[in-house]
Write a protein that binds this ligand. Sequence first.
Ligand code: PLP
Length: 506
Amino acid sequence: MDTLDTTDSTDTLHHGDAEPAGSEAPRQAPLYLQIAERLARSIRAGTLKRGERMPSVRELARQQQVSQSTAVQAYRWLEDALLIQARPRSGYFVASRPQPLPEPQPSRPGRASRKVQLDELGQQVLRLSAAPDIISFGAACPEPDLFDQERARRALVRMVQRRRDLLCSYQLGSGQEAVRRAVARHAMGMGCELRAEDIVMTNSCLESITLCLKTVAQPGDVVALESPTHFGFLEILASLHLRALEIPTHPRHGISLDALQLALETQPVKALLLVPTLSNPLGSCMPMAERRRLAQMVCEHDVALIEDVIYNDLSEQEDKRRAVKSFDRSGHVMLCGSFSKTLAPGLRLGWVAAGRWAPALSKMQAIQSGAQTAVLELALAELLEQAGGEAALRQLRATLALRVDQARGLIAESFPKGSRITDPSGGYILWVELPGAVDTVQLYEACLAENICIAPGTMFTAGSRFKNCLRLSVGGRWGPEHPQALRRIGAIAQQLVDAAGLSLAA
Ligand SMILES: Cc1ncc(COP(=O)(O)O)c(C=O)c1O
């Protein structure tokens, strides 16, 4: 092959730069990584086919106008990602993919609601995930380099300079008109028709959800959730003394609406708290027809649906970005979001459109927070309105898709036989089910001894299920040590499987 077609639709958007050679990149990914990611995208897209010969190192260096050592580094990255293979004296070839693992079974939680009691484990995982010496797959926090930090910095500095008056005054109310308008426009992308006055600004998506729950539920009330569910939701429920009712959930299609229907008919459910697009930890996405049915169901049962849309923009399928709220005619859907996963987690701004409960929620928000952080809100409004946001999202989705692909390949290759894994259509969270014998709290402890952090499955339920499951987030810091660490987790899990086999035999 003498020409290397590495162009695709995301190429010109890559890190905001067009070509690695000599161009100015606002977000400076190392050159070898830029080249490797382009090649990886071409392999994923099938432009470079399995078994096909890659250009020689010298050829690649010439084509990309880089040194041979940079070309070698790019090939090493692709080798680690299991995308290419070196054959002695023949060069590099596009690798054949390991046999994909099956997806986990749909969950079958019990039918009773539970008081939520959490141990220290979840907070420990979050704390350790932030430690600099830890190779972390534990927290679902995207790494700062995934975002355009310079764009965020400029917007913030500009706003502080322009509106320093706002720094030295209380700004009462539901948030600056400009940001509420920008959020309403953003929600149009999810099919929602909202007005600026429908939106209340908050400190985060989790704060929006807390406000919704405080508005519609009292201590002791029952809240229905996906199973497994986001650890942060369980913490909120525990802090508000609410009971969790976990509903059977499919790893790809999300919560079972038939099971939910039954629960609504037989139990005193006060609210549903769901992530219909790219749920955490399963990464499931509810089909469109079910979104419509869910909106009808909450209206018929006069129950609040708290819909978390924090990951909608990361969905690779455009139709899955459409919110359940877009089908809501009765105001039973309370829409909650933030830009923590797509723009700038450090801004700490979230929003909520609380439908029929909007006046009560606004009152609750005013009591709880007092005033708003107006300068941050105006900076966010500017960021949301700037051109290039959609391009940055496409780039983010593409980068994350590569990582997920790489991680799934490594897991298929190195985890014990009988493991299962989700195949999310976006985002950066994977849910792995290990053969029944493996206790993932034990796995967590053994990994921690080697400075690797994972999130054991028991964190994601109010009950005691998912003992053999783990969540792996690949959105955090991602260096050459991460693929190695994934292989190591697989090897340790295999040791635990072997040990369990021995103890069964004894
Ligand atoms: C489903 C879901 N909602 C909300 C959050 C937190 O968002 P924020 O940082 O805006 O509170 C997370 C973060 O892990 C999440 O996974």
